[in-house]
Design a protein around this ligand. Structure first.
Ligand SMILES: Cc1cc2nc3c(=O)[nH]c(=O)nc-3n(C[C@H](O)[C@H](O)[C@H](O)COP(=O)(O)O)c2cc1C
Length: 181
């Protein structure tokens, strides 16, 4: 299995990007990359830009997605819904042919300071990904009160650690079952 990770936050100290780094440490398979969208400077989708040519950095990202067997996405909830950064990337990648963002097993995670833990955003994130034909893992990992939920050793609450590990283990099995068919 080869995983590719994507964060829906551009923030330097993003809690969601931190979740991805923690997931990378736990997985038994290699992680091809944790994409840093700040370095890619992907423009807002415009049909006019597309008419001139899909930007190189979108092509680069699409290639990473294509070469991965499974994706893990961690994203904040913005105003009860999907992060605009993430939606923009999905929109761009969906314009590439052959379209790499289909039939991929995908795990969704969210960290949020609020008590609802970003889960509403993840439900909205499922829509474009499932619409494009991906296998979004039914279980999603969401972490509320997240500014207090980590320290240098990982999760403060052992129950969060257990949930995290159980979700990742379940996703690894799910991805392997789908890709080995
Ligand atoms: C525009 C905006 C809207 C937000 N809306 C929500 C929200 O609806 N629910 C929520 O739990 N947190 C919301 N937040 C707080 C984010 O969850 C918080 O900033 C989080 O730390 C962002 O993730 P990051 O640490 O990965 O950057 C919002 C933040 C911003 C900037």
């Amino acid at each position: 299995m080869k995983y590719f990770f994507l964060s829906g936050s551009l923030r330097k100290d993003s809690l969601n990007t931190k979740l991805l780094h923690m997931a990378a440490q736990h997985l038994s398979s290699p992680v091809s990359d944790i994409a840093n969208l700040n370095n890619l400077s992907i423009p807002l989708y415009s049909g006019d830009i597309e008419a001139v040519g899909i930007p190189d950095n979108v092509q680069k990202l699409a290639k990473c997605i294509d070469q991965a067997q499974a994706l893990i996405i961690a994203s904040p909830e913005y105003n009860y819904s999907i992060s605009g950064v993430l939606k923009n990337v999905i929109d761009w990648v969906s314009r590439i042919r052959p379209m790499p963002l289909k039939q991929k097993p995908i795990l969704l995670m969210a960290a949020s300071p609020g008590p609802i833990a970003g889960i509403r955003g993840l439900w909205h994130t499922r829509v474009p990904l499932e619409g494009l034909g991906n296998y979004v893992f039914p279980e999603m990992f969401s972490l509320g009160g997240s500014f207090q939920a980590f320290d240098d050793n990982g999760f403060v609450n052992p129950d969060d650690q257990k949930r995290f590990v159980a979700t990742l283990d379940g996703f690894e099995k799910f991805s392997k079952a789908l890709t080995l068919k």
